[in-house]
Design a protein around this ligand. Structure first.
Ligand SMILES: C[S@@+](CC[C@H](N)C(=O)[O-])C[C@H]1O[C@@H](n2cnc3c(N)ncnc32)[C@H](O)[C@@H]1O
Length: 148
């Protein structure tokens, strides 16, 4: 296993990026074969072209400013290997407009793909009605892209 530094996490097999809005100090811990990083995804310094798969559930839709979304897409483009797979899920067009009291942006497959641009080939998408532990139902969109 390669060593990890708090400023530039390296990628053993997988790096769960545990997102925590309140504490963006990069925190790195290694458990088994995975490296856990807590950081602001728009700012963290990830190892370039190190990841085969990027999987985000319910983070991207919190990025309400165009500059944050641009920074996120730059992260993905830089961190994922060429021809790597990118799975992003957000609230769908009929999903909630807020989550945890915060505004979100809702997407359909086309509008989400537009955020990522032509270097991302949209391979598949689907919508899911997600039942929360509180018994409510939220529409989610899942998109699978490949970086070209
Ligand atoms: C609804 S939770 C989803 C958590 C997990 N991905 C899941 O599916 O259970 C949304 C997460 O987005 C995180 N988040 C929001 N903005 C972020 C940012 N700029 N960088 C990293 N994480 C962020 C929040 O801290 C929160 O943990």
């Amino acid at each position: 296993m390669r060593s990890a530094s708090p400023t530039r996490p390296t990628c053993p097999l997988s790096t769960p990026l545990t997102s925590a809005k309140k504490d963006f100090t990069a925190a790195v811990s290694v458990t088994g074969l995975s490296l856990r990083v807590v950081a602001d995804i728009t700012k963290v310094d990830l190892e370039p072209y190190a990841y085969d798969v990027w999987h985000d559930r319910a983070v991207f839709h919190f990025l309400t400013s165009p500059s944050d979304r641009l920074a996120y897409v730059r992260q993905v483009t830089r961190a994922v290997k060429p021809r790597g797979n990118v799975i992003v899920s957000t609230f769908g067009p009929e999903g909630p407009t807020k989550c945890s009291g915060l505004e979100v942006v809702r997407y359909d497959a086309e509008s989400l793909h537009q955020e990522f641009g032509v270097h991302f080939r949209l391979l598949d998408s689907c919508k899911e009605m997600h039942r929360t532990p509180f018994g409510t139902v939220q529409q989610f969109l899942y998109c699978l892209c490949r970086i070209e």
